[in-house]
Write a protein that binds this ligand. Structure first.
Ligand SMILES: C[S@@+](CC[C@H](N)C(=O)[O-])C[C@H]1O[C@@H](n2cnc3c(N)ncnc32)[C@H](O)[C@@H]1O
Length: 308
């Protein structure tokens, strides 16, 4: 059994066990992130895991297929790093999963043939890198049916990019790994043609792209793989955390403004007065933006019936 037990605490370091199995100690416990990603892949779907590293997700999938009598489907594991692929191979061998695993070295979608699999997973890398992989060869990208994306950062940027490129977001479940609430994006590739996109443009800074469901019309109650109460709890924690971060930024801005005000009061008008005024204008602008972001987050929470 690869999972079962408590959610990993996130502090666990990768280590080599006595049997040679390169493992994360959290691996033998319940890893909600990997479970939610694999739960959004049906047994009948063929899969490639891009940037597989230790190959944990394919092991989850393989284990689940075995338990459900659906084992034997090939799973493609790719990574740009030969060392990572070596770790994945060792882990697969330790679990006798190698027969169904196909290991391929290479960048992004390059090692996978057009339409070779139904679902492509890209998890645990930055949002900008995910967009780069998906945008590198649009003809290939649109040949797959589904993407399971789990960006480690720049999630808002990635949602904006997906939206502009023409992807459809099907679901956005959350999952907790250690102290982090991970955002998972299940997306279908553009149906009406891939539109070249970047991270700039009108709406790129819209905070709604940073919140699961706000840009796509999906709501946390639609979570595919977690009970509605669990999704709602994660969603609430996610929003609370986001508001906390913005409030702390606002507090710093206000403290800076107050300190600058005190300093101004102590000096007469000097040569740097123009620069000071310009600096104060920029800070006031930052404050306005941050206050607006906090307001928008609170409105979203209210709309979702979340009492903060
Ligand atoms: C933090 S690990 C994530 C592992 C696993 N996908 C997960 O979610 O737990 C990131 C992996 O992505 C790989 N990687 C980074 N850039 C890549 C690229 N352009 N193409 C394929 N793999 C890449 C790295 O070598 C590394 O093994």
């Amino acid at each position: 059994m690869l999972w079962g037990g408590a959610v990993p605490d996130g502090k666990s370091a990768t280590k080599r066990a006595s049997n040679g199995f390169v493992e994360d100690p959290g691996m033998n416990r319940k890893n909600e992130r990997l479970r939610i990603i694999s739960d959004n892949i049906h047994n009948r779907e063929t899969v490639a895991d891009v940037g597989t590293d230790h190959g944990f997700l394919p092991l989850y999938l393989w284990q689940r297929q075995k338990e459900q009598g659906a084992a034997g489907r090939p799973i493609i594991l790719t990574d740009i790093s030969a060392e990572s692929l070596h770790k994945a191979r060792k882990n697969a061998q330790a679990h006798n999963a190698s027969a169904t695993f196909d290991f391929r070295l290479g960048d992004g979608l390059t090692p996978i043939g057009s339409g070779e699999v139904d679902a492509v997973v890209i998890a645990g890398v930055g949002g900008a890198l995910i967009a780069k992989m998906l945008g590198a060869c649009p003809e290939k990208t649109v040949s797959f049916q589904k993407f399971l994306l789990q960006p480690r950062n720049a999630v808002g940027k990635l949602r904006f990019w997906l939206d502009r490129a023409g992807f459809t977001i099907l679901a956005e479940p959350l999952a907790q790994e250690g102290k982090t609430i991970c955002e998972i994006i299940v997306a279908a590739p553009p149906q009406g043609g891939f539109v070249p996109a970047d991270f700039e443009g009108e709406g790129a800074d819209d905070i709604r792209y940073e919140i699961p469901g706000c840009a796509s019309g999906w709501t946390p109650q639609q979570g595919l793989a977690l009970p509605a109460e669990r999704q709602a709890a994660l969603y609430r924690a996610f929003l609370e955390n986001k508001i906390r971060v913005e409030e702390s930024i606002l507090a710093q801005i206000i403290a800076g403004q107050e300190a600058a005000g005190d300093a101004d009061a102590g000096h007469g008008a000097g040569a740097s007065a123009v620069n000071q005024v310009a600096g104060q204008g920029a800070t006031a602008q930052k404050r306005m933006v941050t206050e607006a972001r906090i307001g928008a987050l609170k409105t979203i929470a209210q709309r979702e019936g979340i009492k903060l």
